[in-house]
Design a protein around this ligand. Structure first.
Ligand code: SF4
Ligand code: SF4
Length: 283
């Protein structure tokens, strides 16, 4: 089963939920898909056992075969190629590695070469299997690294996917194919606005989802009114507390400091299972 953990905006405690849920389950895999800023490792302190480089193919033009016809540049919708009089400029950071220019070239003047854009790391954190992706600094192409991280999902396990904040391409890439998505939010007007965007994405992708409210008790009732009106389940509320904030700042998982929280996360998981069971039953 794949459960992804997302949030409309950063700083809502997404990693707290993802890591604590993973720590509360047996036979689980924690998969950090927030490749621009993975931070699950801070709480899980894994031992990395394996590391794989992620490559993206980029075109290499053999000028001696090129007639400078311009077809490759015309084809590339990302403007990663520009044809000058007797030269071709390639902008690797813009290239999505689709291979189209290579196919379209009438003179077979283009071959592919690999460009390293990040790394996938695998390891163990006590009983947990740990996977994370890291995008190279300054590298704009996050999605292929997310894809490489998702290749490591073990279907025999419960995979908890920690998405990037927001609703951009890397998030869509992370959550698509999930059985369920947890949306983490805060009970503030800003939190609600970003949540509404995330809800729209979930509905477009047709992924069943529920809400977890972090720092509950801080804001007003707007969030709860919204969820009631939209018929969105609130699955768990984590109260605002200095103690929880302090644990977070020290990189200590909540369930490790307060084992009784495990029961709450287990109940959360059982609730998801039940909802999914009902969903299959109805179809
Ligand atoms: S399509 Fe091929 S031949 Fe034409 S400009 Fe591009 S590389 Fe050169
Ligand atoms: S591989 Fe695709 S994205 Fe990259 S330069 Fe060629 S056409 Fe453009």
């Amino acid at each position: 089963m794949i459960i992804s953990v997302a949030s409309g905006k950063g700083g809502t405690g997404k990693t707290t939920i993802a890591t604590n849920l993973a720590l509360s389950l047996k036979n689980c895999q924690y998969v950090d898909c927030d490749v621009e800023e993975p931070n699950g490792y801070i709480f899980l302190r894994p031992q990395i056992q394996e590391s794989k480089t992620v490559y993206l193919p980029v075109p290499h033009v053999h000028l001696e075969k090129c007639s400078f016809c311009g077809k490759c540049a015309e084809f590339c919708q990302f403007n990663a190629l520009a044809v000058a009089k007797e030269n071709i400029l390639i902008f690797p950071e813009l290239c999505h590695g689709c291979g189209g220019c290579m196919v379209i070239c009438p003179n077979s003047a283009i071959t592919e070469e690999n460009r390293s854009i990040g790394v996938v790391e695998k390891g163990k954190a006590s009983h947990l299997e740990f996977v994370q992706g890291k995008l190279n600094i300054g590298e704009p192409m996050a999605t292929p690294v997310v894809r490489a991280v998702k290749d490591e999902i073990d279907e025999e396990k419960i995979a908890i996917l920690d998405a990037s904040p927001g609703t951009g391409c890397p998030v869509i890439e992370t959550i698509s194919g999930s059985d369920y998505c947890l949306l983490i939010t805060e009970p503030t007007p800003f939190g609600l606005y970003d949540l509404q965007l995330a809800v729209e994405v979930m509905r477009n992708l047709r992924i069943p989802f529920g809400i977890i409210v972090n720092r509950w008790g801080e804001g007003d009732s707007q969030l709860e009114d919204y969820c009631l009106k939209e018929n969105i389940p609130i699955l768990l509320k984590i109260p605002f507390s200095r103690d929880i904030a302090m644990l977070y700042s020290k990189g200590i998982p909540l369930v490790q400091a307060h084992p009784h929280w495990k029961a709450n996360f287990l109940k959360l998981f059982e609730g998801i299972e039940e909802r999914l069971g009902e969903a299959t039953h109805h179809h």
